[in-house]
Design a protein around this ligand. Structure first.
Ligand code: NDP
Length: 253
């Protein structure tokens, strides 16, 4: 049976990658899903179409995160879309998935690059939560996509890992504040997960990355989306403030 019928969800950065997979998965469970994206409108539309073909409900919302007015702009449009489709502005599920990688080593990262990484990966999720809580009924769900790199050393991604470390703090402190409302908030940490990065087209690179997982393969977007979907259901009501390791065993060492 569908576990999210009657719920609404916003998944940031769901035009591709694991955000896309999470949007599709939540819609399969019956949620009406806002497919948020930044640049790639065609990709976001494709996600909506694929949800609809499957008998689900979704719509696309564009906003660049990490710039002034981002959250207010997103919610202005989102509230209109929700009202039109459901007769209410309730938002039950927020998945903070949009994120940018650093890809620059610690000796080269500039203050501007550092600020951008923090603006998208940590600051935007904080203010999205602050704003979403005005629309979130009791029993709501907040899921933040962190990274195994908060616990697995990679000197080339220090600024990125710092931003995800900051993101993880949200689950700890908000969990305590939101418990009385039955709202849970958790961090999901993926390991290496297939996305549009050309590195996944290089067999030797994939073989190396696969070796980091206990299962001997790289993660697929659906591997993480299933974890996100579970946390969004009532069945996950007793889990809050958690760090959920979705790295396929990469953190086992
Ligand atoms: P992708 O890089 O494939 O997609 C990123 C998504 O985020 C796109 O939908 C993109 O929209 C959106 N986005 C990026 N920057 C912004 C912005 N400034 N404003 C609005 N939207 C934005 O994502 P992945 O699936 O690889 O990663 C998803 C999350 O998982 C990220 O938080 C990432 O840090 C994390 N993660 C990824 C890992 C991996 O191996 N892939 C490992 C561990 C964590 P558009 O394309 O329309 O611009």
């Amino acid at each position: 049976a569908e576990r999210l019928t009657g719920r609404t969800a916003l998944v940031t950065g769901s035009s591709r990658g694991m955000g896309r997979a999470a949007a599709i998965r939540l819609a399969q469970e019956g949620a009406l899903v806002a497919v948020h994206y930044n640049r790639d409108e065609a990709a976001a539309r494709e996600v909506v179409t694929s949800v609809e073909k499957d008998g689900g409900r979704a719509f696309a919302v564009r906003t660049e995160l990490g710039v002034d007015g981002d959250v207010a702009g997103l919610f202005a449009v989102l509230e209109e879309d929700l009202l039109e489709r459901t007769g209410s502005t309730d938002l039950h599920i927020l998945v903070n998935n949009a994120g940018v990688m650093g890809g620059v080593s610690a000796d080269e990262v500039t203050p501007e690059q550092f600020d951008r990484i923090f603006a998208v990966n940590a600051k935007a999720p904080f203010f999205l939560i602050q704003r979403a809580l005005r629309n979130m009924p009791d029993g709501g769900r907040i899921i933040n996509i962190s990274s195994g790199l908060t616990r697995f050393a990679n000197p080339d991604e220090i600024a990125y890992a710092m931003s995800k470390g900051a993101l993880e703090q949200l689950a700890l402190h908000f969990a305590k504040a939101l418990g009385p409302r039955g709202i849970t908030i958790n961090s999901v940490a993926p390991g290496i997960t297939r996305n549009g990065n050309p590195v996944f087209d290089i067999p030797e690179a994939v073989e190396h990355m696969a070796g980091l997982s206990a299962f001997g393969r790289v993660g697929e977007p659906e591997d993480v989306a299933d974890v996100v979907a579970f946390l969004a259901t009532d069945e996950a009501r007793w889990i809050t403030g958690s760090f959920v390791d979705a790295t396929g065993g990469t953190l086992l060492g």
